[in-house]
Design a binder for this molecule. Structure first.
Ligand code: FE
Ligand code: FE
Ligand code: ZN
Length: 277
């Protein structure tokens, strides 16, 4: 069995996401913790959370993934942006305690000309300020395509950040199949090699979630344009290899593909399940 789901709109709350999840044959999902391009946040609704916890328990949901807003940049050149980003992450993690034991994914950040080393330093410093020993959430750094001045376009950069984090058991990695291919890792030609590279740089024990996306562009393009499963440069064969990889079993697989509606995701989930041996 595969733990699979897709990115869902959080606008109607947790109970609605759990119901959508069931309706499309999923047992996990991802959502934005707040407006992805802004930062505004909704008030905690305890009844809604209760309903979600009940549905997810009754249906044995896998871990779900919260996604930080795109405006977050823990290594910005502007101190005010770093401050804003740190407050958003702290607040998000406080709210995550209402749904304990899940995952919180964020984009490491863009160093905007300060250089990779300075960026890595700032991200690690921020995490060391924000993470708490009593937290029940694992914070995930997402592997990026390496466009612009993005940090996390290779496994070594992610490993460098994690190495500097004091609370090691609170951090992990989310591997995005479109991003790693766009970043130059040939998962179509040599998935074995890429998994080995991940393991030697970061360690497979740190891998906590997969973003399962096809890519509109060939390996190394550094574009970050997701495609529907089987319709891009990875193709169904590569996706089949990914979902059957022994090292990835038990992880939540989240689709972030350009489907128009839930019906599209329902069909795509069915397709992915048909690829599982
Ligand atoms: Fe992302
Ligand atoms: Fe992603
Ligand atoms: Zn992406």
């Amino acid at each position: 069995m595969i733990n699979i789901g897709c990115h869902l709109s959080a606008s109607k709350g947790f109970k609605a996401m759990a119901q959508s999840c069931l309706a499309i044959g999923a047992n996990t999902f991802q959502f934005f913790t707040r407006n992805p391009r802004g930062g505004s946040v909704k008030k905690i609704d305890r009844d809604d959370i209760e309903a979600f916890l009940r549905i997810s328990k009754e249906n044995n949901f896998a871990k779900i993934v919260a996604h930080a807003p795109y405006t977050m940049n823990l290594c910005s050149a502007r101190e005010s942006t770093i401050g804003f980003s740190k407050r958003m992450m702290s607040d998000d993690l406080e709210r995550m305690e209402y749904i304990p034991g899940n995952l919180y994914n964020f984009h490491p950040g863009s160093h905007v000309g300060q250089g990779t080393d300075a960026g890595i330093e700032k991200i690690a410093d921020a995490l060391n300020e924000i993470l708490r020993p009593d937290m029940n959430t694992t914070v995930l750094l997402e592997t990026m395509s390496g466009k612009g001045s993005e940090i996390g376009g290779n496994f070594e950069e992610i490993a460098c950040i994690i190495d500097k984090v004091k609370l090691q058991d609170k951090v992990g990695v989310c591997l995005d199949s479109c991003h790693v291919s766009d970043a130059g890792y040939d998962i179509t030609g040599d998935l074995d090699g890429v998994v080995k590279q991940f393991d030697s740089a970061i360690g497979l024990d740190k891998l906590k979630a997969i973003h399962l996306n096809d890519s509109k562009n060939p390996v190394g393009s550094r574009k970050d344009r997701h495609e529907k499963i089987g319709e891009g440069f990875l193709g169904a064969d590569t996706v089949k290899k990914i979902v059957n990889r022994s090292e990835f079993q038990g992880l939540p697989f989240i689709l972030e593909t350009p489907q128009e509606n839930l019906e599209g995701y329902k069909n795509e989930i069915k397709l992915v399940k048909s690829l599982v041996k």
